[in-house]
Design a protein around this ligand. Structure first.
Ligand code: EPU
Length: 735
């Protein structure tokens, strides 16, 4: 519709328009004189001489109702376009696939050939400036015809370029015969030459008998033929022959064999209009195609992200073929089916369309204006693909999560494609933006570190629940950690530190921003110096106890019962066997929010039960613990006692340790036990029968299950005992 509005404005008409939403397009048109309303109001019809409407507009739209009441002329978009085209010598590009690119290419070649064509194409084309333009200097008008609603019959062009004909838009047409009828009418109404793709059986059958028709394609029989095609990265080089005679070589900077085929059609038309071949070849070489047609969204040595509008099985096959021809390693595809009717009609064909993709993630259907069809969903397609024998297909019904699934699979050398006519490109854009950040993070942590996108935190928490970390980053030394802190602060990215995840409940939506996991390298080191043990934050707390044993240092045995790392032990002032972390701490080394290092002695630190506030906005790097020289046997005995206590009083199942802090009046475990809540459950989350302060994951529990069970326990403790339980486990992330 924006193209029609633009043309009418350029022709000097007064144009008003309405839509449910304003867009960059409506803003641009407003600057060119459009009077725009973000609402469909009946009053809009009263001052108009003509009302043009899109086929997406319903019959009972207030403007249409009012126009009919007032007896105003009302025409469909295609009828308006056909009328505008009627003022010039029309060239119509028609077919199921590739018409936007081909009509843009035609307009571009004619423009470069000095013919000053006017044009109308179905997308924003950077090289043409706008999707529609009226040039009063030229005679020709190039337009993309829309076959979806039968309106091709409105056109009476001088020339038609027919690209391909097959089953599509079965919400409108009964069958292929009905589609062909419409094309036959267009061919009949074309006053001069019909150009047709001879490699397309249906187009050839319909057009060949037409007098004076000119064929193009790869076939030996084609009037205009492309041969010796060499596909290079994103370009194709090929020779062009006219009736066996070589016209020359052409370079097309748009990938894909199907685009070579369309380009020969454009060459045929332009040659017949009298443009010399070298001029045609020179302009083809400069051609850049439309947005969302193999549009590169991100490119580096490691990854290539490409968006394409492909939504029909034939288009998907062609686009994936192009993606594999680029010669990278794997092709990962996110696909958003378009329309329930197309999904239903072509489900078998969709099942076979993804053979060239290594991995396919299908999300929910983009309905366009359609109502759902019972039993038809994105899963219909993922099932079809799997039934066809593809081993790498999955279904992700949550649209906003699809980029995470693909991002977490990413490996160096991958091509990621977003395919569909809806809004799937938004997901690819999110992935591209995150990749820019991920690559920066990678440069900070260097070769020895690790960066993963959307890493599921269920893999990094002892409870085994939780959504993904947007950026999972493992620095191996203090300077990389400091640089990460500075980078996040500069970029306004939240930064959260996860140790062994033993006291952590991450919500199912995961954690936004950078999740730092200091581990390996100097973070895992434990050194003994006299009675002091220095441990990096990544080391296990129980390791400190065992190193103590080897060095003959006691008083640390209680740490054996803590599953977490030194960092978590500090942050939570973790405790067991009546002892707690800071009873053994001598000094803590940490980085502040500017990444500067500090060392503080125990006496200068503010520490509470299960809380060390300094680490709310600073980041621990290492700590020095003090042990007391003790006989080995005594240490071993204490370690065994701690182990025994843990094994007999705590569950072995997946848990996050104690869920609640012990209230003053009674240990939380005892309270839950007395309240009779052991073994109570929500989903797969269950209160342990061994210890009332543990909630265990019976396999497949969600954070939502866990949180509901926690709330339930708190509610009962409040109601029956008047005790306000406070969680000890850290609850983080988004729903
Ligand atoms: N109890 C019951 N029923 C239960 C659980 C406990 O009656 O289901 C009774 C016990 O018999 C005992 C009392 O409650 O008389 C306290 O229980 P426990 O000795 O197991 O200690 P806790 O206070 O529940 C604390 C730490 C644990 C640590 C143990 C062992 C807290 C919140 N918890 O548990 O730490 O492992 O001592 O020393 O301070 C953790 O913080 O994540 C954690 C597991």
């Amino acid at each position: 519709m924006s193209g029609i509005a633009a043309l009418l404005l350029e022709l000097g008409h007064e144009v008003t328009g309405s839509d449910k939403v304003s867009t960059v397009e409506t803003d641009r048109l407003q600057r060119r004189g459009l009077c725009f309303h973000e609402q469909h109001r009946a009053a809009a019809a009263s001052n108009a001489d003509l009302i043009v409407f899109s086929s997406a507009i319903k019959f009972d739209n207030p403007i249409l109702v009012s126009a009919r009441d007032l007896g105003k002329p009302v025409v469909r978009r295609a009828e308006a376009l056909a009328a505008i085209m009627g003022a010039k010598r029309g060239i119509l590009i028609a077919g199921m696939h590739g018409k936007t690119t081909t009509s843009a290419m035609t307009a571009h070649v004619l423009r470069e050939g000095g013919l000053h064509p006017s044009h109308y194409v179905g997308a924003e084309i950077p090289i043409l400036g706008t999707n529609a333009h009226w040039d009063s200097r030229g005679q020709y008008f190039v337009a993309e015809g829309d076959e979806s609603d039968g309106t091709l019959i409105c056109f009476h062009p001088e020339h038609s370029l027919i690209l391909n004909i097959e089953e599509e838009h079965l919400d409108f047409y009964v069958d292929l015969a009905a589609i062909e009828k419409v094309f036959a009418r267009l061919i009949e109404q074309t006053s001069r030459t019909v150009f047709y793709n001879i490699d397309d059986a249906n187009a050839a059958r319909l057009c060949a008998k037409r007098k004076g028709a000119i064929s193009f394609g790869f076939s030996e029989k084609a009037d205009y033929r492309a041969a010796d095609i060499e596909l290079r990265n994103f370009a194709s080089v090929f020779s062009v022959y006219r009736q066996g005679e070589q016209l020359g070589e052409a370079v097309l900077n748009v990938p894909g064999q199907h685009n070579v085929q369309n380009a020969v059609g454009v060459i045929a038309l332009a040659t017949e209009l009298g443009i010399p071949f070298d001029k045609i070849a020179a302009s083809l070489c400069k051609f850049e195609h439309a947005r969302r047609r193999f549009e590169i969204k991100y490119e580096s040595d490691r990854f290539l992200l490409v968006d394409d509008y492909a939504h029909h099985p034939t288009e998907i096959r062609a686009t994936l073929k192009t993606a594999t021809s680029i010669g990278r390693k794997r092709v990962l595809t996110m696909f958003q089916p378009h329309r329930y009717s197309r999904t239903k009609a072509l489900r078998n064909e969709f099942g076979r369309a993804f053979d060239d993709a290594d991995r396919v993630i299908v999300t929910e259907i983009y309905p366009a204006s359609e109502a759902p069809i019972p039993g038809i969903s994105g899963e219909t397609i993922s099932n079809e693909i799997a039934m066809h024998g593809h081993r790498g297909v999955s279904y992700q019904p949550r649209f906003e999560w699809i980029h995470r699934d693909v991002g977490n699979m990413l490996d160096s050398g991958d091509v990621v494609m977003s395919l569909g006519a809806g809004n799937i490109h938004e997901q690819l854009a999110l992935l591209a933006a995150d990749l820019v950040i991920a690559e920066k993070l990678r440069s900070i942590v260097g070769e020895q570190g690790d960066v993963r996108l959307y890493e599921p935190l269920s893999r990094h928490t002892t409870l085994r629940v939780g959504g993904p970390a947007q950026f999972w980053v493992e620095p191996r030394d203090e300077s990389a950690f400091a640089e990460l802190i500075r980078y996040c602060s500069r970029e306004g990215l939240p930064l959260f530190v996860v140790g062994r995840g033993s006291n952590l409940l991450v919500r199912d939506g995961g954690i936004r921003g950078v999740v730092v996991h200091p581990c390996g390298g100097e973070f895992d080191k434990i050194d003994v110096n006299g009675n002091e043990i220095t441990a990096g934050v990544g080391a296990k707390l129980k390791e400190v106890a065992y190193v103590g044993k080897t060095a003959g240092l006691g008083g640390l045995e209680w740490m054996e019962g803590i599953p977490g790392a030194v960092g978590g032990g500090l942050r939570m002032n973790a405790g067991a066997m009546g002892a707690q972390t800071f009873e053994n701490v001598v000094r803590v080394r940490y980085l502040d929010h500017d990444g500067n290092p500090h060392v503080k002695r125990r006496d200068d630190l503010d520490v509470h039960y299960r809380n060390f506030p300094l680490l709310e906005s600073n980041f621990a790097v290492s700590a020095v613990f003090r042990g007391q020289p003790a006989p080995k046997e005594e240490i071993v005995r204490n370690l065994k006692a701690s182990q025994q206590k843990r094994r007999t009083s705590q569950p072995a199942a997946k848990s996050a340790g104690c869920i609640f802090k012990n209230p003053d009046s009674c240990p939380a475990g005892k309270l839950v036990d007395e309240l009779g809540l052991k073994n109570s459950r929500v989903g797969k989350a269950r209160v342990s029968e061994v210890h009332g302060n543990f909630i265990v994951n019976d396999g497949g529990a969600t954070a939502a299950d866990m949180l509901e069970l926690i709330d339930k326990i708190k509610g009962v403790a409040r109601a029956k005992r008047g005790i306000e339980l406070e969680t000890e486990v850290q609850i983080v992330g988004e729903d």
